[in-house]
Write a protein that binds this ligand. Sequence first.
Ligand SMILES: [Zn+2]
Ligand SMILES: [Zn+2]
Length: 347
Amino acid sequence: MRAAVLEAFNQPLVVKQVADPELTPDGVILKLVASGVCRSDLHAIHGKMCMVQNFPHILGHEMSGVVEQVGSNIRNFKKGDRVIVPFTQGDGVCPHCLSGHNNVCDNSQMVGMHFNGGYAEYIHIPNADLNLLHLPENVDFLSAAAMGCRFMTAFHGTVAQGNVRPGEWVAVYGTGGVGLSAIQIAAAAGANVIAVDIADDKLAFAKEMGAVATVNSKEENAPQAIKELTKGGAHLSIDALGIQETCLNSIMSLRKRGRHVQIGLSSNPNGGMTPIPVNLVLGHELQLIGSAGMPIPEFPAMLNMVSQGKVAPGKLITKHIALDDINAAFDEMVSYGGVGVTVITKF
Ligand SMILES: [Zn+2]
Ligand SMILES: [Zn+2]
């Protein structure tokens, strides 16, 4: 099969012919239809926050496709089934998986990190009965690819962790794929969303996704602007980027007893060490909440909303590319150019 291969850190991926994946008894082989290009993979190429241990390796963790082959133990899937692949995969037996939180599994396996991912024609999903989902008939493959990482991460962060409520003010820092998804989801839940970024074209796109107001943090002090717009601060604020400034500004944007949700992964050393104002957290009774991927039990609610047109992850996709053009897509990310999400549709 053709694949984009990481042969060493800090080098462009090499698109070439590689061996087809091998089927295991608990696994499924998928023929991929759409595969999203995500910033996490740019970090991985640079060897940051990266679980890749062996080269050559195939990255890519947000994909949809059709079941091609099933292992002898598989009961939930058959050849020809349309599926979506959640990027956090659980073992199904640890205490967290058993209580419905496979996204924080003790033996968590990340697609495209712990095993070969979706920048290829085919992928093998181990433990597939536990970690694959059927795609509703009226949800297309592109929407599914957008959902596999960024949209579902935003859904869990906004709905389950952030506990968004109708009428609340929600600030979203960063309007990449996760931020734009959070905007759509919070708006669909009836909240008033303020998008924060440093590029006007991205903020204009955020308005199309449902933001009622935008703040360009290059031009104004974002926490102050949000406190003025909301007359006191956001009820919920989401850091969808993960740099020191957005994390801190998100916390500073909250009203008393507000909730900050950390979705953006930090590349700071020592596990993302970031100074925060603990006295403010204490004095204002702020809540700081982490969010990582999304557990399988929350997928049906998201898929129902997509299937009924209440949210549209497909709208985030602004560019379709071929596997051969993958390095150019990462180059654009380095410069934070372009709006929306890029998806490989030609392998
Ligand atoms: Zn991703
Ligand atoms: Zn587990």
